[in-house]
Ligand binder design. Structure first.
Ligand code: COA
Length: 385
């Protein structure tokens, strides 16, 4: 399977006062059209990831909004899969082209999260967990990932507190080299360890922030992409699911859905982990990146710490992870994240990633998770001449 990437667009991530939900989406859409040098009328269908607009902005019907923004009457659908909404929209876009239903598709992700209190956001995000088993009993997302961190670090004590903090230190290092990131400052291990405790062992600097932002990407069939001279293609898409609640998982020290999604995407793309030059992964909390690098096969279960000990995950290291700054430093406007990962992968493969450019990259993957691992979606991006 080959689906071409014609254009990418992304807004600044952060606390964006100047733009509402609609304007953020429009901003990303127009940037992608501009990048692809296309007119809105050339688009056959739109898929837009959004998780929280109904609970945080009182707005449903984001599919219609995405089409209205561009004055189109084309098929336009909102896709929701918690924090994986963006990559699920991407997968729908890929499938609508692969099925022959559409030739050119716009995929976007948008979230406006900073207009309400942290308590309201925390409650809305908890909708991604199991309401009966977890939310009703007072669990929050920092709490769920803290439980995962406790379970993992108990079983694998080689992942020390300091090495876990390295995840955030590296992601802030990359964020400092990314103009669209929410946090563009470097930090050190002490910053992470001595920050305010959010949910033991996770401090403020182990957590992704609350963020506004949007990203868009324009896809096309292989034939159209070739005609237009496109260099970047999506060659694999893998999706897997697991229980909403942690209580019903087979294991707490690996995310089975992540492993399955990766294997499905690699198989479709005909690659192995050895072919991958970089990965954009879901580090909603520092511990999530540890699970991600193991799910993608960069390390065996319990051994991800080695990559952080040897500082292999920097943009110029052996296994560059989250050159965008990840969710931690780039920010996490939840449904925009999956599309942002695709934008970053495309920038890397086009050689447009500036100070965080991975030299000579030809293959990259994106790994986006919904909830505490109930949905995992992986895409393979390849540069082709
Ligand atoms: N990392 C670093 N700094 C952060 C931060 C983060 N994750 N979150 C907030 N800050 C900073 C703010 O910039 C602000 O700094 P300033 O005083 O210099 O302006 C300060 O901390 C206070 O910010 P505030 O917005 O009041 O923080 P908060 O206490 O309301 O929220 C968290 C902090 C960690 C609770 C919130 O960011 C959060 O819930 N994150 C997780 C989101 C989540 O669960 N996403 C889904 C994952 S599946």
């Amino acid at each position: 399977m080959k689906v071409g990437v014609l254009g990418i667009g992304i807004t600044k991530f952060g606390e964006i006062w100047e733009e509402g939900l609609r304007e953020l989406l429009l901003d990303a859409q127009l940037r992608a059209l501009n990048d692809a040098k296309m007119e809105p009328k050339q688009i056959d269908a739109l898929y837009t990831g959004n998780m929280c607009a109904d609970s945080l902005s009182g707005q449903l019907h984001i599919g219609a909004m995405a089409a209205e923004n561009l004055n189109l009457d084309k098929p336009s659908i909102r896709v929701e899969g918690a924090c994986a909404s963006g990559s699920l929209a991407l997968r729908q876009g890929v499938h609508s082209i692969a099925s022959g239903d559409a030739d050119i598709v716009m995929v976007s992700g948008v979230e406006k999260m900073t207009d309400v209190s942290t308590e309201q956001v925390t409650t809305a995000l908890m909708g991604a967990g199991d309401e009966e088993l977890e939310g009703f009993n007072g669990l929050t997302f920092p709490g769920l990932y803290a439980l995962l961190a406790k379970a993992y670090m108990h079983k694998y004590p080689a992942l020390t507190r300091e090495l876990l903090a390295e995840v955030s230190v590296k992601n802030h290092f990359h964020g400092a080299r990314n103009p669209y990131a929410q946090f563009q400052n470097e930090i050190n291990i002490d910053t992470v360890i001595n920050a305010t405790m959010v949910a033991d062992p996770l401090t403020l600097f182990d957590c992704s922030p609350i963020t506004d932002g949007a990203a868009s990407i324009i896809l096309a069939s292989e034939a159209t992409a070739k005609k237009l001279g496109t260099e970047v293609y999506i060659t694999g898409s893998g999706l897997a699911n697991d229980s909403l609640s942690l209580a019903r998982r087979k294991s707490l020290t690996r995310l089975d859905a992540g492993h399955a999604a990766a294997q499905r995407a690699y198989k479709q793309a005909g690659i192995t982990v050895k072919d991958i030059n970089f990965a954009e992964v879901h580090d909603c909390f520092s511990i999530a990146e540890i699970y991600a690098v193991e799910a993608l096969g960069f390390a065996k279960e319990g051994e991800a710490y080695k990559l952080y000990k040897d500082k292999q995950t920097y943009f110029d290291g052996k296994n560059p992870i989250n050159t965008s700054g990840g969710l931690k430093a780039c920010g996490h406007p939840v449904a925009a994240t999956g599309v942002k990962q695709a934008v970053e992968a495309t920038m890397q493969l086009r050689g447009e990633a500036g100070l965080r450019q991975v030299k000579g990259a030809t293959t990259g993957v994106t790994y986006n998770v919904g909830g505490s691992g109930a949905t995992a979606c992986v895409h393979v991006f390849k540069k082709m001449k």
